[in-house]
Design a protein around this ligand. Structure first.
Ligand SMILES: Cc1cc2nc3c(=O)[nH]c(=O)nc-3n(C[C@H](O)[C@H](O)[C@H](O)COP(=O)(O)OP(=O)(O)OC[C@H]3O[C@@H](n4cnc5c(N)ncnc54)[C@H](O)[C@@H]3O)c2cc1C
Ligand code: FES
Ligand code: FES
Length: 462
């Protein structure tokens, strides 16, 4: 186990030694005097801590903005990080185009949020095509300027010039994922690069904390001041990140990020194309993973209803065995899954045959960057005007995400008429007693179940 590692910070190599692996990248940067990167919520909600990392891309590499408050420091070992201090020449007249545009459009008042906006815009500035401002900035909050001038600044950005040093950087490859065996202050951080190594580590340390993107885990770590004695990070295992197009299914590695899932499957799986843009923010989607979402097993997680409705299987492995089970057998209770202590979730297998009509509905207080109060995934397969198969799955109505099997079965052989809708609503009403919590009352959730079904009918029925 090594007591040091290196990474590249604002274009210069730096060595890290003796820093507790539980330290976040944000805390490390600020302790080094790079206080442009701000801390506000420490739970991925505000984007004040945004930095850019360099990741692989077909044409060389690209910048990706991430929340540095949710990145454990050894995760950047061997990598390349840019902070707000590194994007310009350092002098007031030497602003980066995104900084100049924010200044010219009055996009900053107190300035606390501004470095985060700069870094989200900086990463998006070099993308082709660029995301539209509202989608790009969904993970950055501003309390005093108002979003209009900030979005105007984003919309007015020029194209990068050929002499831009960052353009030149992106023509080169991104640093490859490296193995890490790092320890300091009595805590250990392992980052294997093969599945065999990851499973062997899991067998040897069944009590270790597994880390994928950290967008659930590090939130708890920050909120509860939790310290992990041993972390096994899965982000460098290529086999776990791969997304494969097989004969009759898409096999999504458990640590494929939401960004990658949308890029690769957005035009193949319509419900993912509807759901992923509503999932958190680009900052979270750049690190958060599909497998992490299913293993957290939150009753309001967005992946589960979609994948239950698509009759997905999950594959788990230990050092000695592999097994595949239907996702409907995965959720055992509130935040409890069928995963054994020596196992990893390895892949999510989504059948390729897509429904004739499908919708994902998310009911939340804000349209973007919010957790669901209730969600519904409705999938119907039809032939000759008759339903051959139907699956309705819901989030936020019970201790686990749920599949309304009886309601789906009741629809087979029928057309999507008003009588069928009434019967489905009745079946769903008698199948669930929704939960009552701070996000929504049980009565509201029960009403939503029925009205989301009615919405589906109104959108897809002839
Ligand atoms: C601001 C914010 C907004 C969010 N918005 C949404 C939202 O809109 N919808 C939603 O559903 N969720 C949302 N989330 C929750 C979170 O982003 C997702 O659940 C995400 O997919 C988790 O993935 P991760 O890789 O970050 O998981 P991690 O935090 O790395 O891990 C989560 C858990 O899964 C375990 N784990 C991870 N991978 C594996 C594996 N391969 N095998 C075994 N165990 C594993 C970890 O040990 C941990 O217990 C949000 C979170 C934040 C902070
Ligand atoms: S400090 Fe708010 S997202 Fe990191
Ligand atoms: S400028 Fe003050 S919070 Fe955004």
């Amino acid at each position: 186990m090594s007591a040091a590692f290196e990474f590249t910070l604002n274009g210069r190599p730096i060595a890290v030694a003796g820093v507790d692996p539980n330290t976040t990248l944000l805390a490390f940067l600020r302790a080094r005097g790079l206080t442009g990167t701000k801390e506000s919520c420490a739970e991925g909600e505000c984007g004040a801590c945004a930095v850019a990392v360099v990741v692989a891309h077909a044409r060389g590499s690209r910048f990706q903005a991430v929340n540095s408050c949710l990145v454990l420091l050894p995760e950047v070992a061997g990598g390349e990080v840019w902070t707000v201090e590194g994007v310009c020449g350092g002098a007031p007249e030497d602003l980066h185009p995104v900084q100049r545009s924010l200044a010219e459009h009055n996009g900053s008042q107190c300035g606390y949020c501004t470095p985060g906006f700069v870094m989200s815009l900086f990463a998006g500035y070099y993308d082709t095509p660029r995301s539209e401002p509202r989608a790009l900035l969904a993970g950055n909050l501003c309390r005093c300027t108002g979003y209009r001038p900030i979005c105007e600044a984003a919309a007015a950005l020029p194209a990068p010039t050929a002499g831009d040093v960052h353009v030149a950087r992106l023509q080169r490859a991104a640093p490859g994922p490296t193995a890490v065996e790092y320890g300091a202050g009595g805590a250990h951080f392992h980052r294997p690069t093969t599945l065999e190594q990851a499973l062997a580590l899991r067998a040897r340390h069944p009590d270790a904390t597994l880390l994928a993107g950290g967008t659930d885990l590090v939130v708890e770590h920050n909120q509860e001041g939790r310290r992990h004695e041993r972390v096994i990070a899965l982000s460098a295992v290529a086999a776990l990140r791969a997304i494969e197009d097989r004969a009759d299914e898409f096999v999504v590695g458990a640590t494929a990020t939401w960004h990658d899932v949308l890029q690769r499957l957005g035009d193949r799986v319509p419900m993912l194309a509807q759901m992923v843009p509503l999932f958190a923010s680009p900052l979270i989607r750049n690190r958060g993973t599909l497998g992490g979402n299913l293993t957290t097993a939150s009753p309001v997680g967005d992946a589960a209803p979609v994948l239950l409705a698509l009759d997905t299987n999950v594959e788990v492995a230990s050092a000695t065995a592999r097994r595949t089970l239907p996702l409907r057998e995965w959720f055992l209770g509130y935040r409890r899954t069928a995963l054994q202590p020596d196992e990893l979730l390895v892949a999510i297998r989504i059948p390729k045959v897509q429904p004739t009509a499908s919708r994902f509905y998310k009911v939340s207080k804000r349209e973007l960057d919010d957790i669901s109060s209730v969600s519904a995934a409705v999938a119907v397969w039809q032939h000759g005007g008759r339903v051959t198969q139907a699956r309705f799955a819901f989030g936020g109505v019970a201790a686990t995400p749920v599949l309304a099997s009886a309601a789906g079965a009741a629809l087979v052989g029928r057309s999507l008429d008003a009588a069928a809708l009434r019967d489905c609503q009745a079946a769903v009403r008698s199948a669930f007693t929704p939960i009552d919590d701070v996000r929504a009352s049980a009565a509201y959730r029960a009403a939503m179940l029925e009205s989301l079904l009615a919405k589906f009918w109104s959108e897809v029925a002839p």
